[in-house]
Design a protein around this ligand. Sequence first.
Ligand code: ADP
Length: 643
Amino acid sequence: MTALELIGLVNQVLFIGLFVAVLVAAVRQPTRTRLDALLLFGSAASVVILGRLADWLGFSGQPWVGSVTLLLLNVAPLAMLRLVDDFSDSPRWVQMAGLVAFVAIGILGFILPVTNETVLIATMAFLVVVGGYAAVAFARQSQRTRGITRRRMTAVTVGAGAFIAALLVAFVGALDPDLAQTTRPVTQLLALVAVSAFFLGFTPPRWVRLVWRDPDVRRFLERSTQIIGVTDDYAALTQMQAAAADAFGANGAVIGVAVPERGTLRYAARSGWEEYPDDLYVGGRAFTDRRRVVVLDSAAFDPENVEAYRRVGARTVIASPIVTDGEPLGVLTIFASRAPIFAEDDLWLLDLLASHTGVLLEARALSAQASDLRAREDAARLKEEFISAAAHDLRTPLTVVLGQAELLQRRILRRPNEPPDPASIGRIVREAHRLRDLVTELLDAQRLEESRAVLRFQRVDLRQVVQTVVERHREYGATLEADLAALELSVEADTGRMEQVVENLVENALKYGGDAPPSIRAWAADEQALVSVVDHGIGIPEPERERVFERFFRASNAHSITDTGIGLGLYICRRIVEAHGGGIWFEPTPGGGSTFTLSVPIARRNAEAHGMTVDPAADAAPPMDAAWNPTPALSTDSAHADA
Ligand code: ADP
C-alpha cells in the first residue's frame, strides 16, 4: 500500500467514524442542527461507502455509480446551507435557491455522464458558491459571538474554507489528469481538515466543549468574586449577568431576584430596574416550578410575549432557579438567538452558574448586613468614645475647680472676715475656662460628625484670617513669624471657622513646637490659597503620622508635653477644611518638627490676579451651597458676600 493509499484509507475510516459519532448524538438528542450535521457527515461517509462497495462488488465503472456519488456529494453543500441557517440568519430565497440547484444538478448527473464538462462545472460552481457563502456567513457569525460559540464558529469557518479548497484542488486534478498525483493527497488532507473542523464546530464532543469553556468559566468565577465587593446592587447584577452570558457565549443573561412580599422578580435590565410577576417568561416558569426549563423556541413556548423575547434576541432560552438552603432566591436565565448555542451538556453549567449566583447573592446580602452592623457599631463606639473622653478630660479641671471652691468655702466659714485668696479664684476661673473649652470642643466635634454644623460662607481674605490669629497670640506675648502673600488671598469661607482652624494649628505649634518660635506662611498656588504653620518641636513619630487627623488621636510623644489635649482639634480642623472644598496635611519640618498645611480653593477673580488660568467651566459651577459643600458632613448657609 502506498502512502497515498494509506492517507486515503485513514480518511475514509475517519469520515465514517465521525458520521457514526454524529449519528449517535443525533439519536440521543435529535435537534435540527444535529440532523443537518448528520446530512453533512452522511454525505461524506456515504460517498466513501459507495466507492468501497462498488470496488468490492465490481460495479465501479457503471455510470449510475457516478450519478449517485455526485448526488450524495452535493448533499454536503445543501447541509452546509441549512447549518448556516441554524447558526445565523440566512434569507429564505438562499435556502430555496440551494435546493433548486441541488435538484437540477442531481437530474443533470443522471441525464448526462458525470464526466461531462457541463456537469463537472455546474457541480464545481455549486460547491464553491455554497461553500464560500457558508464560510463567509460563519466567519461573520464568529465575529459577532463570544466564548465557546466563537470558537465553534471559527472551527466551522476553517472547515468551510478547507472544504472549498479541497474541491478546487480535486477539480483541478479532474481537469488535468497529469496533476492527479499531486492533487489527490492534497485533496485528501484538506477534506480531512474540513470534516474534522466541521465536527468540532457543529457537534463538538463533550471533552472539547469542556476545554473550550474552561477559560470562560474561569473568568466567570474570577469576575464573580469581585462582584461581592461591588456596593451598588444594579452594577453587581449587570456584571454578574454579563459574566454568565460570556461563560455561555450567549446573547445575554438576566438574573431575576425574588421580591417575596410582592410576588415578583426584579431584573437589572439595560434601562434600569424592572419588576415582573414571578411567573412571567421562561425565567418565571423555572422560578415557580423550581426546576430548570429549556425552551428551544420561545415564540412557541410563550406566544403572548413574543415581542419581549424578540426585543432581546431570545429565541432559545434556558433558565435555572437560584436556590440556597432550599430557599428560592431568584432565577438565572440565559438566552441566545440560535438554538445550537446550547447543548445538552451545557445544562450542568447552567445549574452550576445558578448555584454560584445564589452563593454570590447570599454573600452580598451578608456583607450588606455586616456593614449595617458595622455602621451601628461605629455609632455606638463613637458615643462611647465621646463619653469616655468627656469623663476623662472633664474630670481633671472639674476636680481642680471643686477642690479650690471647697477650700475657699472652708476658709470663709472659718475666717469670714478675711479677704478670699485671689490665686485660688484665678485657678478656678482658669480651670472653668478649660472646662468650657473642652465641652465646646466635644460638642463641636459631635456636631461636625453628625452633620449638624452650619457654615456661613462669605468672601474673605485668608491673609486677614491669619493676621487676626497671629496678632491675638502676639498680644499674649507669643513670638510668631508671619510671611503673608503680597496679594489678597480671596476665598469663600466661614471666617469664624477658618480662624478656628488656623488658631488650632498655631496653638499646637506653640504647644508642641519647643523653644524655637513657629512661623506661619500664607500664599497661593494652583488655584488654592494655602496656609502653613511650621514648628521645630517634637514632631510626630513616623508610623503615627497618617493618623493625626483621626478623632481622639494623640501621638505617643504628646504626653511628654502635656496631658490636657484630647485629640479632637486636628479632627475638627480636617472636617472644617474639607467642608470648604479644601484639604489639610502634615509634613515633617526639615531638621525636626511639624509642618501643617491647609488649602482652600481660591476665588475666581482672585486666581486671575495671581496670574493663574481659570477653567471656564467653573462658570457653570453649581450654586455656592452645593459647590462649597463637597462632604455632606456640614450643612451650609448661603449667607455669603454676594447674596
Ligand atoms: P490635642 O488636643 O491632643 O492637641 P489635636 O487634635 O490638636 O489634639 O492634635 C492631635 C495630636 O497630634 C496631638 O495630641 C499631638 O500628638 C499631635 N500634634 C498636633 N500638632 C502637633 C505639632 N505641631 N507637633 C507635634 N505633634 C502635634
